[in-house]
Design a protein. Structure first.
Length: 317
């Protein structure tokens, strides 16, 4: 008789996990109780605006926990981020989260944006230090600005009781002096008032599970939501991964080999790969996932379907 394995119904609150990564997760029944969230980026043209809203409308019936809107390097999309988040809040029933960084802005400027969000009913902030403007390698805060994400989180908590998400790095931030220092930085952000963390994307499931175990051992108890990136352009993702420190497994390179001119085939592989990744994580007790959509909905919709996430009526009439 096959022994049943019990997993916690609460997202990754345990430091223990089962070694199931060798099992074929897609052969298992559909998961139950999975929660999802989606990240979009603000549009810069009328065409991309239509693409964004088509994607939002496509994914909204999946009843995500929240949807987040990114903030460009150096704060370059500040107004577009604000406009997009505000429109989501006004025109849909989705819970919108605004990315907010401390790059190229004073405390007063950042605080003003945060107060505007709170006043309009947007109470979830993804607080990030942010990337330096193009051409600037090392991060330098404004002389009158927040010094770090930890500092930003503490400042936001003084303004209002925001729900605050912060970034976590299973393979460490590329500029961290060590994995221990990077984990200490995450703990400081949590201690400053962050309510959950969302990870950088990764492809080795064991990398996330080991990181989660280390975080729990370090006393970090908030949810650490795995960030999932469906890969449709392998070459571009491989180049970006070198910059952000994400490892590309050899087996993954083989999956996309010879498909540079086969975009539809790449989409099929991307959906099955991300679904398998999520289902193996789910088999190890993880029941919440944050998808980096790249404003493309169909892949995420298909992946969510394989996770048992079913459409529900949600949009306002």
């Amino acid at each position: 008789m096959k022994r049943k394995t019990s997993f916690s119904s609460i997202i990754n609150t345990s430091s223990r996990y089962s070694n199931l990564t060798s099992n074929l997760a897609l052969a298992s029944p559909l998961p139950v109780g999975v929660k999802v969230s989606f990240e979009f980026f603000p549009p810069d043209t009328d065409k991309s605006n239509q693409t964004l809203w088509n994607s939002i409308l496509r994914l909204a019936p999946l009843n995500p926990s929240f949807v987040s809107i990114t903030y460009g390097a150096g704060g370059t999309t500040r107004e577009r981020t604000h406009d997009t988040v505000s429109r989501i809040h006004k025109e849909t029933k989705l819970k919108a989260a605004a990315h907010l960084t401390c790059v190229s802005a004073t405390r007063e400027e950042v605080d003003s944006v945060a107060r505007q969000y709170w006043a309009t009913g947007i109470h979830h902030i993804v607080a990030l230090r942010g990337d330096s403007p193009k051409g600037v390698y090392d991060y330098v805060s404004d002389t009158k600005g927040y010094l770090s994400a930890e500092d930003l989180v503490a400042g936001l908590k003084k303004i209002a009781n925001f729900q605050i998400s912060v970034a976590a790095y299973p393979e460490s931030h590329p500029k961290a002096s060590s994995s221990e220092a990077d984990l200490d930085n995450l703990k400081r952000k949590i201690d400053a008032g962050a309510t959950q963390a969302i990870t950088q994307y990764f492809f080795n499931v064991d990398t996330y599970l080991r990181f989660l175990n280390r975080a729990r051992t370090a006393g970090i108890t908030v949810p650490i939501i795995p960030g999932i990136l469906p890969v449709t352009n392998f070459k571009r993702v491989a180049e970006f991964s070198k910059l952000c420190g994400t490892n590309i497994p050899l087996w993954m390179k083989g999956l996309f080999a010879g498909l540079d001119d086969e975009p539809e085939t790449r989409k099929l592989i991307a959906a099955s790969l991300a679904a398998e990744q999520c289902r193996v994580l789910n088999a190890n007790g993880i029941n919440q996932f944050h998808f980096y959509t790249m404003n493309q909905a169909d892949l995420c919709f298909a992946i969510c379907h394989m996770l048992g996430v079913q459409p529900q009526p949600l949009m306002k009439a």
